[in-house]
Design a protein around this ligand. Structure first.
Ligand SMILES: Cc1cc2nc3c(=O)[nH]c(=O)nc-3n(C[C@H](O)[C@H](O)[C@H](O)COP(=O)(O)OP(=O)(O)OC[C@H]3O[C@@H](n4cnc5c(N)ncnc54)[C@H](O)[C@@H]3O)c2cc1C
Length: 455
């Protein structure tokens, strides 16, 4: 079947966003998906984990209800109930997305596709040819050499998403975003949790101050972690697993979650055969997501940019608009908002202090403690907003820790992406009492006129 403007391989965040935008621009699109429309984010990633985290939040709120003068007893987590709530959310969004794709006249093809020439993908014996091919086959959970996954005792997030019981104890291998989110869920559900992380900090890509605050908060919640120490081996026992670290320490638990990162889905899909430039399985693209082969583009987790759903959306839209001749602006990846949705949340946009210094900025830092924020006190959350600013210049980075601070990113990313400085933000009035006031207060303090800030 010929004559498409775009043949898109993979119907996850990157692929479907590209399909929707391209069809909106009047282009003829075929979208090929071997599993479920919506991909990792909807079925195995963002949405299910956030539902689990929300169930965990309700459990914690119930346990702590008396601190707010509310009498409630926490009995247990009913995993069947949690899963039915989570799956209900996924199913509703899945149906909505299917309807959207249909209504935009995107040709949707179910099946595993393979790139068989520079402009053709073959699926179920049929060939789909287009002026452009967009590769969006996403990523998969990685493991370590010698670490065998069995999906019951030793598992990835794909398996953990479907657990029908609350494990008594868990070892989480990897203290990145996914590892910390699962650690947070399981602790809220009542498991004993230990995180093993080879790097010196949890969520090591964040500003060091955020990592340290999360570590403090996790310690307070009773989440154990071993930092700067590498995994050596795992042995299955009658009751679970024993994990041995390179420093000789051992840990026992009912199960091991392997959360050591995600790698690109690019093997045996015909990419190399067509001469596409790749590095460790990732497809290399320019700032408009073009590969080195004219007419072939790649987006989402398949390229070495931040592995986030909203990055996939942005890249998919960018490609559709570039193909339609709109000449969109390239993405500034520093301006991408990032959230770890654990309790407490960690959210950031822009540069860390270390990155700003490495770029040669004369850096000024401002820490606003949430202790001075009325809403934070009402919620009984601790944390802070840290501003990284150029001296007499724009705000270069905003780093936040605390319950619900992910919601503050909407404003933080405007501040960063519009290159605002403290004097642009300080006069903006923030509603009282909201957490967002802390954003205003931090900028007031940076502008030299702190209100509810000591020192
Ligand atoms: C546990 C977890 C939690 C996450 N939480 C968040 C979060 O809170 N926020 C956030 O922004 N991001 C989160 N992410 C990351 C996010 O899910 C990914 O960045 C996003 O899904 C990437 O989109 P994509 O389109 O590149 O790939 P995917 O979503 O993986 O989609 C690729 C699609 O291609 C299909 N495919 C692959 N090969 C073929 C083939 N040969 N033929 C046809 N189809 C094929 C796959 O079936 C899949 O549906 C999370 C990820 C995980 C694992």
């Amino acid at each position: 079947m010929a004559d498409f403007d775009l043949v898109i391989l993979g119907g996850g965040s990157g692929g479907y966003a590209c399909a929707l935008r391209a069809s909106q621009l009047g282009l003829k699109v075929v979208l090929i998906e071997k599993d479920k429309l919506g991909g990792t984010c909807l079925h195995r990633g963002c949405i299910p984990t956030k539902a689990l985290l929300h169930a965990g939040e309700i459990a914690d709120n119930t346990r702590h209800a008396s601190e707010f003068g509310v009498k409630a007893d926490f009995h247990a987590i009913d995993m069947a109930g949690v899963n039915s709530y989570k799956d209900g959310v996924i199913s509703k969004l899945h149906k909505g997305l299917q309807g959207l794709v249909k209504s935009r006249n995107v040709t949707y093809v179910e099946g595993a596709g393979k790139l068989v020439s520079k402009n053709t993908v073959e699926v179920n014996g049929e060939r789909y040819t287009g002026k452009n091919v967009v590769l969006a086959t996403g990523s998969h959970a990685k493991s370590l050499p010698g670490l065998e996954l069995d999906g019951t005792r030793v598992m990835t997030s794909d398996h953990a998403m479907h657990l029908n019981y609350v494990p008594k104890s868990v070892i989480v291998l990897g203290g990145g975003v996914i590892g910390c989110e699962f650690a947070s869920v399981w602790k809220s559900f009542g498991s004993e949790v230990t995180i093993i992380e080879a790097l010196p900090h949890l969520i090591a890509l964040e500003d060091e101050s955020s990592s340290k605050q999360l570590e403090r908060a996790f310690r307070k919640r009773g989440i154990n972690f071993e930092l700067g120490t590498k995994f050596k081996s795992v042995a299955k026992t009658n009751s679970g697993v024993t994990v041995t670290l390179e420093d000789g320490k051992t840990f026992n638990a009912e199960l091991l979650l392997v959360a050591v990162g995600r790698g690109p889905v690019s093997a045996n899909l015909g990419y190399e055969e067509q001469g596409i430039k790749m590095d460790r399985g990732y497809i290399i693209v320019d700032d408009k997501c073009r590969t080195n082969v004219p007419g072939i583009w790649a987006v989402g987790d398949l390229i070495p940019t931040l592995q986030l759903a909203h990055v996939g959306f942005a890249e998919g839209i960018l490609v559709a608009e570039e193909i339609a001749g709109l000449n969109p602006r390239a993405i500034n990846y520093d301006g991408v908002p990032r959230v770890t949705y654990s309790e407490p949340e960690v959210a950031s946009v822009g540069l860390t202090t270390a990155a700003a210094k490495a770029k040669g900025f004369d850096v000024v830092e401002l820490n606003y403690d949430l202790a001075g924020n009325g809403k934070a006190q009402i919620l009984k959350t601790a944390g802070s907003i840290k501003l990284v600013s150029a001296k007499n210049g724009p705000v270069l980075g905003i780093h936040m820790v605390g319950s619900r601070v992910g919601e503050l990113l909407a404003e933080a990313q405007l501040i960063f992406n519009w290159q605002a400085d403290a004097f642009d933000v300080a006069p903006l009035i923030h509603a009282h009492p909201t957490l967002s006031e802390a954003m205003g207060e931090a900028h007031l303090a940076l502008a030299g006129k702190p209100l509810h800030a000591h020192g």
